[in-house]
Design a protein around this ligand. Structure first.
Ligand SMILES: Cc1cc2nc3c(=O)[nH]c(=O)nc-3n(C[C@H](O)[C@H](O)[C@H](O)COP(=O)(O)OP(=O)(O)OC[C@H]3O[C@@H](n4cnc5c(N)ncnc54)[C@H](O)[C@@H]3O)c2cc1C
Length: 492
């Protein structure tokens, strides 16, 4: 591939910026296209939310090295945040992503207000290469089109890294993965809100004294429910309903609690449980929304004939990748979770309720389309268990491969905290065997990877995670018996 052309990175979120830092460190030319007006645009939209992983896990190693390097004539004055502190989304942007994006090594390479709409291939001489052309495809370049304030713009790249996240494509509220009849109108009217409204801050007045239905059972739902529960304690006229697709299973709903290796995440489940037990939050089971009608309140008609009335609906139903801009590429996607084919089975929430995944890099993330990668939150497709630390290792490996360092690309290493549900009595059958191999890809003995945010797990069976599939929830379980340091080597 022609190295006169840059590697184009789509998205200036934590993983896109880390990809850039990794590539720059290896002397590669990069260009970042960001739809928003600033770095971390998606994270800024949930800036009021506190992360559950501390700064220790939230900063990419190459980005840190860049921020700590003195550049003649430039003193960014970056102070590394305290490792044990939990930042909010806004603090991640202010204290890390913006300084990183402003660093002289990066600043001139980022184009804001560039919303990528298409990625395809093109010959060196400018002749087009559509999806059906095979001859010479591997040697051809990439054509990337972005919408900008000045109109559409085409750019050419030697490789493309899609780090555009999933924030802009939330799952619908309706049953079966499609919008309920009337849902788009209810969204347009603002009755169905954004996935993570700032209930106790900027949007307090909107929610106070209202009947609010929160749909979902993941981390986002927990955050919003806890805020609403607190709002109700201050504004008793507020009614908080928690709609679940299935029945209320405590392990699924409240996770590892005090046993969670990430205390902030465990605390979420414990707080939620208290609010439900106090009666501040009322659970409604088996909510499958078929249609919605707007009147004085929003009426949600359920598949079983029941109806629910609410003033506002918060759709904490998870996210999915936007694959439309990639339609001209030959992708190799897992049909179930829409992650790269080799990664999908390792993170499928139906089978990996313990949040298990092995350290993975360029080989696992490769597509039939040579030189194209999906990384970060988007690489997990519809699976809810992505962590930044995982993404940083993904882009380290890809940057090494693009720079021709195959050995470094294949030596994947992942340091993650262990977590809870699978190690608690609540979910007893899930414990990983002591000698579980680091490369185990399936079942509960597989390598731990914690968490899950913003997504609602699929309906579950009652058995533990080693039996019938049961997805991750707020506890974001993993096996307990692996240490903090996980090391695996791909391709061996
Ligand atoms: C509420 C919440 C809490 C979370 N908490 C944690 C946590 O504690 N720890 C953790 O490790 N992970 C956490 N995650 C998961 C994950 O790490 C974050 O979502 C993280 O922001 C993902 O980074 P990313 O760079 O892949 O995507 P994003 O942060 O979503 O960044 C994508 C960027 O791409 C831009 N973009 C989108 N589409 C286009 C386009 N077509 N063209 C150009 N630019 C585009 C966006 O504007 C955005 O700036 C959390 C997620 C959520 C939603």
């Amino acid at each position: 591939m022609n190295s006169q052309h840059p590697v184009i990175i789509i998205g200036a979120g934590p993983i896109g910026l880390a990809a850039a830092a990794q590539l720059i460190e290896r002397g590669q030319d990069v260009r970042i296209l960001e739809a928003g007006d600033s770095a971390g645009a998606a994270m800024g939209e949930w800036g009021h939310i506190k992360l559950f992983s501390t700064w220790r896990y939230n900063i990419d190693a190459a980005a840190r090295r860049l921020l700590e390097t003195r550049v003649p004539g430039y003193d960014g004055g970056w102070q590394a945040p305290r490792e044990t502190r939990l930042p909010t989304g806004a603090e991640m942007v202010d204290e890390y992503l913006e300084p990183l994006a402003a660093h002289p090594a990066l600043a001139g390479r980022i184009s804001y207000g560039h919303h990528v709409t298409n990625v395809s291939r093109i010959d060196e001489d400018g002749a087009g290469v559509d999806k059906t052309r095979t001859a010479g495809r591997g040697e051809s370049l990439f054509l990337v089109r972005a919408d900008t304030a000045a109109g559409p713009r085409d750019m050419v790249a030697r490789a493309v890294i899609d780090a555009s996240g999933t924030w802009n494509t939330p799952n619908p509220v309706g049953r079966s993965g499609i919008e309920a009849i009337g849902e788009s109108e209810a969204r347009a009217a603002g009755v169905v809100t954004s996935p993570l409204p700032d209930v106790l801050g900027a949007e307090r007045e909107r929610f106070a004294g209202k009947t609010v239905l929160v749909l979902g059972a993941g981390h986002s739902a927990a955050n919003t429910l806890i805020s609403l529960g607190r709002l109700r304690q201050q504004e008793p006229g507020t009614t908080v309903l928690w709609g679940l697709r299935g029945t209320a299973n405590p392990v699924r709903l409240y996770g590892g609690g005090a046993a969670d290796e990430l205390p902030a995440r465990g605390q979420l489940g414990s707080s939620l449980r208290r609010l439900v037990e106090n009666g501040d939050i009322t659970i409604v089971e088996n909510v499958a929304v078929a249609s919605m009608e707007q009147g004085e309140q929003l009426l949600l008609n359920l598949a079983d004939g029941r109806s629910l009335a609410a003033d506002l609906v918060v759709p904490a139903t998870g996210f999915r990748p936007d694959l439309a801009p990639l339609a001209e590429l030959r992708l190799g996607l897992d049909p179930d979770v829409e992650a790269p084919r080799a990664l999908g089975p390792l993170i499928d929430p139906e089978f990996h309720s313990c949040g298990t995944v092995e350290a993975h890099g360029e080989r696992v993330l490769a597509h039939p389309e040579q030189g194209f990668y999906i990384v970060g939150m988007k690489s997990y497709g519809r699976a809810p268990t992505f962590l930044m630390a995982t993404g940083y290792e993904q882009v380290r490996s890809i940057a090494a491969a693009l720079a021709g360092d195959r050995a470094a690309a294949d030596a994947v290493e992942l340091e993650l905290p262990e977590t809870g549900v699978c190690s608690t009595d609540l979910a007893g059958s899930c414990d990983a065997p002591a000698a579980a191999p680091a490369s185990a890809a399936g079942g509960c003995g597989a390598e731990p990877e914690p968490t899950g945010c913003g997504a609602e797990p699929a309906p579950v069976a009652e058995s533990g995670c080693c039996g019938t599939p049961e997805p991750v929830t707020i506890g974001f379980a993993t096996g307990t018996l692996h240490g903090f340091k996980e090391l695996a080597t791909e391709g061996s």
